[in-house]
Design a protein around this ligand. Structure first.
Ligand SMILES: Cc1cc2nc3c(=O)[nH]c(=O)nc-3n(C[C@H](O)[C@H](O)[C@H](O)COP(=O)(O)O)c2cc1C
Length: 378
């Protein structure tokens, strides 16, 4: 089993370890099956493409996507409204970014089978602040187009939650990441040294603390933490905590969802400081900014972010979004304003993604619920 933990000792030697790693669980299905030869048994190119699309990065691993097969060559794609993040993502901006990433992987996978996925975003109109029953995209699969070389990095892409090695990212690689994240209506930026880098390390740390100190935001995350292999395998979504120390702390009642939500407990303190070494070890930050706001630009940002992550995978650069400061709840407002200053975002623009970058060993894949969970009847 591949497992890289952060382990620290506090208060009398209790151990808290957090990892995206997964342990085997005898009774439940393997939560990473979706990453093994996705869609290989599918004859319908739409199902093949969907089997790859569900591997897209998405906020809190909610996997908020539903697909309906229309006729022989179309898909309608919907936001799963039971899988939103109302406290940390009150307007669903990040959810739509996750939908954009899904669309990009769908298109890339279709290209490998000799199809163009022609995407019509929000074909029946755009939802404003909250989602409704209308699709976020209608996709028609048409023969033609070139195979997208980013395809071969889909199965190795990960969100890293490890401290990064003390190794500078070459300027050419950062430039390539930025180029991959460009699209009409978007611009990218990055910083890899000096006060700009130090300032963002410090700000992302404070934003994470602010989130954990905000009860509603923290509770939303805590509710999605899967503690131990059994819970991970049962839910196949959310944020996984696994490994022998986790199982031990769970068994003795130190690591519970109740404690994670209760200031002063070991579990709460460990969770609060979880991101400190991650932020401190950032070798660069990369960001995506849209010229203006709105659902179309959120979708475009998600597509761009997906391409950026695949380009990073190709170059062995690890990425982790640090989204707390970008979130739109009142307690975060001062840090939201600070994030704009630190990335030189201008009035009328929107900071869509802020991502730390560096080098880390490749971790195990995050769980997925599998293709069948995303198919919606007509
Ligand atoms: C809009 C968006 C925001 C995200 N924000 C964070 C974040 O703040 N911290 C983090 O560790 N991961 C963040 N992620 C990454 C997801 O948690 C990750 O994609 C998900 O858990 C699935 O894991 P995977 O990317 O390894 O497949 C974000 C992803 C997206 C698309």
């Amino acid at each position: 089993m591949h497992r890289r933990n952060f382990i620290r000792l506090i208060g009398g030697g209790a151990v808290f370890a957090a990892t995206a790693g997964l342990s085997a669980c005898a009774e439940a299905p393997d939560p990473t099956t979706a990453w093994v030869s996705p869609g290989s048994s599918q004859r319908d190119v739409r199902l093949y493409a969907l089997a790859h699309a569900i591997l897209a990065p998405n906020p809190h691993n909610r996997q908020p996507w539903l697909a309906r097969l229309d006729g022989d060559d179309q898909l309608s794609l919907f936001v799963d409204r039971t899988r939103l993040l109302p406290a940390t993502d009150p307007f669903g901006r990040q959810i739509v970014i996750g939908c954009g990433a899904f669309l990009e992987l769908l298109s890339i996978a279709a290209s490998i089978k000799g199809y163009q996925a022609q995407v019509l975003p929000f074909p029946d109109g755009q939802p404003e602040r909250s989602f409704d029953q209308r699709p976020f995209a209608r996709v028609t699969f048409v023969k033609g187009g070139a195979a997208d070389p980013l395809f071969r990095h889909i199965l190795r892409r990960r969100t890293s939650r490890d401290p990064f090695a003390d190794q500078k990212i070459p300027r050419a690689d950062l430039a390539a990441l930025e180029a991959a994240g460009l699209a009409p209506g978007l611009r990218t930026g990055s910083v890899s040294g000096g006060p700009g880098l130090e300032g963002l390390k410090d700000m992302t740390k404070r934003a994470f603390h602010r989130e954990v100190d905000t009860p509603a935001a923290n509770q939303e995350t805590v509710d999605l933490i899967r503690i131990g292999a059994h819970e991970v395998a049962e839910h196949r979504d959310g944020i996984s905590l696994t490994g022998a120390p986790i199982e031990a702390m769970k068994a003795v009642g130190i690591l519970t969802r109740e404690n994670l939500a209760k200031p002063g407990t070991i579990a709460f303190k460990q969770n609060r400081s979880f991101c400190d070494p991650l932020c401190d070890s950032a070798r660069a930050f990369v960001w995506i900014v849209s010229h203006g706001e709105g659902r179309m630009l959120e979708l475009a940002s998600g597509r761009a972010y997906a391409r950026m992550t695949l380009e990073a995978t190709a170059r062995h650069v690890a990425l982790q979004p640090m989204s707390q400061a970008l979130q739109e709840y009142p307690e975060m407002a001062p840090l939201f304003a600070e994030s704009l200053r630190r990335t030189a975002v201008q009035p009328g623009e929107r900071l869509q993604m802020l991502v730390r970058a560096g080098y880390a060993a490749e971790g195990p894949p995050a769980p997925r619920r599998g293709l069948a969970a995303h198919l919606r009847a007509a």
